[in-house]
Structures are given as C-alpha cells and as structure tokens.
Design a protein. Structure first.
Length: 583
C-alpha cells in the first residue's frame, strides 16, 4: 500500500505540475527545511515529494501548499520503512518575505526492534536432501534481521530475496516464499518476524540446446560445456559455462540459462551471437616503459571450417619491434586448448640489443578460477651488450604455469588475490650447452579499506639455477624497474651491470604496497611504496626503493595509472603511465 500510494502521489504531482500555467517560479520562491537526525534527513530530502519538486519551473503556490499538507503523512510512511513507527512531526508554513518556506521538525523516537525470527523451510530440501540441516542453518545465519536489529523494510525485503537466491544457486531454482509475516507492535517497539520458504523440487540439468550457430561447429559449444545431463542444478556452473563461451573469442554475446520444468529437469539453453570469422584491427598506444606503440592484427576464427583460429600481428614500439603468427585449436572435450606460435622480436633496452626467434607448442586449461599451462619452446637469440660484445644462444625449454584468480572484479578488484607460479628449464643434453632451471612466483592481494579505500600488496620472487648465464635465454633471466614493477626507475634498469649495459640476472625479489582512495565512481588518488631488484644471486642482495603518489581513472579497459615516483637509489623523480592491473 505504501508503494502504491507513493507512486500515485508522484503521478498526480507530475500531471498537476505539467498542466500548471506557464510562468516559472522565481529562484528561491519555494523552499523546504527539514530538521531530523542526519541519516533520516537524507532519506526525507531524497524521497519527500515537496523536497524533490520544490525547484520545478512550473511549481506554484497552490501545488506547494497541497504538498505541504500531504508531507506529514509521507514523512510518517517513510520513517516507518526505517523502523520508526511513532515519530513526532511538527510542521510550519512561513509565507513571509515574498516566498513560501515549509519547515518540518522530526523527532523519530525509538525504533522498532526485531524481537524474534522464525525461518522454516519446506519442500524437497528438508525431505530428501542429506545435507538439509547444514543448508538450512546457513540460510538462517545469512538472514539480515537478527533479533535485536532495527526492523527496516529494505532489509526485510532483502532477506526474503536472499533466501530465494541462496536456494536457487544450489539445486532449488523453483523456490518460493510460501508465507511471510512481520507483526509490528509500535507501543512495545517490537517486531515478530516469520518466513516460510518452499524449496520446491531438487532440480537436475537436462539436455543442451543451442541457438544462434551458423558459421561455427556445434562442437565448440559442446566442448566448453562443464555441465553434464543429470547433474544437480548449480547456478555457478551456468555462469562458468557462459564465461567460457565469451572467453573463447568466437562470440560477441552469449546467454546461458536453465529454466526448470515441473518435472524437476532444467534443459541447458544457450543463445549465441557469432563474431565475424575474419577480423582486422589496428591500434596505437603509449607507455613510459616502452614508449609509443603501433600495431596491426589479423585473425581468422574458422580456418578450414573447423573453428581453428589463425592470427598474425605486427607491433612497433619505441624500444621494440615484433611479429607473430599463431594457430589456436578449439577447446577439446577434456577442456584443453592447444596452440602453435612463431614469433620474432628485436628489443633495445638499457644498452642491450636482443634479436630472438621463439617457436612454441603448448596447451592450457581453465577450470573455474584456476588456469594451468604447459608448453615447449625453441629459443634462438643474439644479444649485443654495449661494452662487451655479442652472445648467441639456443635452448629447447619446457615450461609449466599455474594461475589462480580469486577477486571480486576482473578489472577493479577490492577483495581477493591473484597468484601465479612458473617452472621452466632446459637440459644441457639437447640444444643448450648447459642445463638451467627457473622458478618464479608472484601474487597480488586486495583488501577493502572502509567504503572508498583499497589496499593492494604484491610480491615477486624468482631464481635461476645454473652454473652461469651465458646459455640462459634472456626471457629466463630477471630484470625489473618501470611502470608496473619498481616505480621510480627506468624500464628494466634494475639488474646485473655488464660493461655499460644492464642484463638479466638469476635472482629476483620485489614487494610493493599501494593504497588507493576513490574520490568518486571514476577517479581515485594513490600512495605507494615499491622495493625490488634483480641480481646474479641473493648474497648481498640490495632492494632498490621507490615511492610516490598517483592518480587513478576507471577506464573501460581497466585502471589508468599516472604515477609520480621517487627512486631512492637513482635520486630522481620519474613519471610513470600505464593501463591495467600490475599482474
């Protein structure tokens, strides 16, 4: 009734205001002053009709007085939604000084509190689920209006929606509220709350139904499906299926759902909008690490009509040039996606020029928030080190990577963590003249600090086990410094000094902490401290420190970071610009 009355009042006001005679009200001709506790005052200012419409250009004295007369009832209704059922409301209309001023003074009194809560579950959950006791207790523990809490209408509705959402996530998408009752006694300032929720039948997944496929084979969707017919319904599996399809690169939009039928079976339905089979893209960019960038890319998504993805890319940067071609196979029935890659790169950083060719064969699999990757790489490279000369090397390496992504948002996390571990190396009996082995790990943890703050803490640690570095490819050695590592230092300027150049070392350690305060939805300010270095071993290891301040913008492709950092060892300020997460 309260919602209906509010909507009717708003509708009548809009009609009256729009039909009022032309001739707008002068600035300040109508005013409202509300005196109440701050939180309640904000609610009244936002929702009270006389407050919301006071400055409308077609407001007149008659309409303002009508809203003034209705305001005490509106105030009482709004306060009731916040648990205040016996407020004292004083109102006055001041018509002096050539304007109308409506004053309202509100003493909300003591709020109504929840005296008791009773939540019952009927249906298949208590009757047939072997884990019913634990699930029902979990539902009760998540109920927001515990005994002693202020009885707020929003939390009452939120609690009922939460019961249904929790059941729908796990086997019971047909759950419904069978009965809900809140008996409020304003005199005693108590509310007795009871809810009966019917879980409905336990639902199982049915057959897979696909719509929208025209150019790509059905097997692409089937092989990405983590759901098997007959399995217990799980909303999380539906989300995982949809995420896999979107990440595959074949589709511009995907919808996955499973509407349960009265029989308790939910067919899995997929609607896809296919991406064009051929795509050409051009891009430009800039970072303070590698300078200006121009790139062009071509991708064929359905080579030989079997869903094979063929790609080619050329990228030109101020300090590097690269070309790459790759062939990605569709994800197979075991969840693996195989790839073949050939790439060449020329790079000139910190007095070291590197030319290399890399051939890769590998496969990756993602399950939920965990991704594993295994590859074999053939590497042939030549380094020209200023003041030293040329060094050539070849290696056939094996590599393994394990990544966990558990954050609450892919681009702008404020809770959770990212973790990556890599192992790789080459035996000296094959292509390389000596054996080497590399271990590397990195992590970032995010902590929400209050309503608008985020603390991120990151670390990296790596080591190469070898007799020397002459036969270890540059990609297996460590350098650091730059926009997303140790700020305050030039890109890859921290490493092993040879002649007048800096080359990669066999030991890496890095740590950093950053606090970002979001001023509004789009802009934030950050303070940070970084410490790290790369060397030939950990004996006498020195951590170069950098610290500073920065600006953050939530761009469509991730956080845009502009940092001013001071490198304690370099003794100079450096500006850093980057886009995306430092992981």
């Amino acid at each position: 009734m309260l919602v209906a009355a509010s909507l009717l009042a708003r509708a009548s006001l809009v009609v009256l205001v729009l039909l009022a005679p032309a001739g707008s009200a002068a600035e300040g001709e109508f005013a409202v002053r509300i005196q109440a506790p701050e939180r309640l005052r904000e609610i009244l200012v936002q929702h009270l009709e006389i407050s919301r419409w006071q400055g409308h250009e077609r407001m007149d004295a008659a309409e303002f007085k009508r809203l003034y007369r209705n305001a005490p009832k509106e105030i009482a209704d709004l306060l009731a939604t916040e648990g205040y059922y016996r407020p004292v409301i004083e109102s006055a209309l001041d018509e002096s000084a050539g304007r109308l001023l409506a004053r309202f003074t509100i003493d909300p009194g003591e709020p109504v509190q929840v005296a008791s809560v009773q939540i019952e579950v009927t249906g298949a959950l208590p009757a047939h689920d072997p884990d019913a006791g634990r699930k029902i207790e979990r539902l009760r523990a998540a109920w927001p209006l515990a005994a002693g809490a202020v009885f707020r209408h929003a939390e009452w509705e939120q609690g009922k929606r939460g019961l249904l959402r929790s059941l729908a996530l796990d086997r019971y998408p047909l759950a419904a509220i069978a009965k809900s009752e809140a008996i409020v006694d304003p005199g005693k300032r108590t509310a007795i709350v009871s809810v009966v929720v019917d879980s409905g039948p336990a639902v199982r997944f049915g057959e897979l139904r696909i719509e929208g496929l025209a150019r790509y084979p059905r097997s692409i969707v089937e092989n990405l499906n983590p759901i098997r017919a007959g399995e217990a319904y799980s909303n999380l599996q539906l989300q995982e299926f949809q995420s896999r399809l979107l990440d595959s690169g074949y589709f511009t939009s995907v919808t996955v759902d499973a509407a349960a039928e009265p029989s308790g079976v939910a067919p899995v339905r997929v609607w896809v909008e296919e991406r064009e089979a051929r795509r050409i893209a051009f891009g430009i960019g800039y970072s303070t690490d590698t300078g200006a960038r121009v790139q062009a890319e071509y991708r064929q998504l359905n080579l030989l009509e079997h869903g094979l993805q063929l790609g080619a890319r050329v990228k030109l940067e101020s300090r590097a040039r690269s070309a790459r071609t790759d062939l990605f196979f569709p994800t197979d029935a075991t969840g693996y996606r195989h790839r073949l890659i050939a790439e060449t790169e020329r790079k000139d950083v910190q007095g070291t020029e590197t030319d290399k060719v890399v051939l890769t064969a590998g496969r990756a699999r993602r399950r939920g928030d965990i991704e594993t990757d295994v590859s074999i790489n053939y590497i042939a490279e030549e380094e020209r080190i200023a003041g030293i000369g040329r060094e050539s090397r070849m290696a056939l390496t094996g590599n393994w990577s394990y990544t966990i992504r558990r954050t609450n948002h892919p681009l702008f996390p404020d809770r959770g963590y990212l973790l990556n571990v890599q192992l790789g190396g080459a035996p000296g009996i094959l292509v390389a003249e000596q054996s080497f082995f590399r271990i590397y790990g990195r992590s970032v943890h995010y902590f929400k600090m209050g309503e608008q703050g985020v603390l991120s803490v990151r670390a990296q640690l790596g080591a190469v086990l070898s007799r020397g570095t002459s036969d270890v490819p540059s990609d297996f050695r460590f350098r650091t410094g730059g926009d997303q590592s140790v700020r305050g230092y030039a890109f890859e300027s921290l490493g092993v000094r040879r002649g007048s150049a800096v080359v990669g070392g066999r030991a890496l350690a890095l740590a950093g902490a950053e606090y970002t305060h979001w001023i509004n939805e789009d802009w934030g300010a950050a303070v940070f401290v970084d410490a790290g270095n790369a060397a030939d071993d950990f004996r006498g290891f020195h951590l170069a420190q950098g610290y500073g301040v920065g600006a953050r913008w939530r761009s469509p492709v991730g956080p845009l970071n502009l940092d001013l950092a001071y490198g304690a060892d370099a003794r100079k300020l450096r500006l850093h610009f980057s886009v995306g997460l430092a992981f």
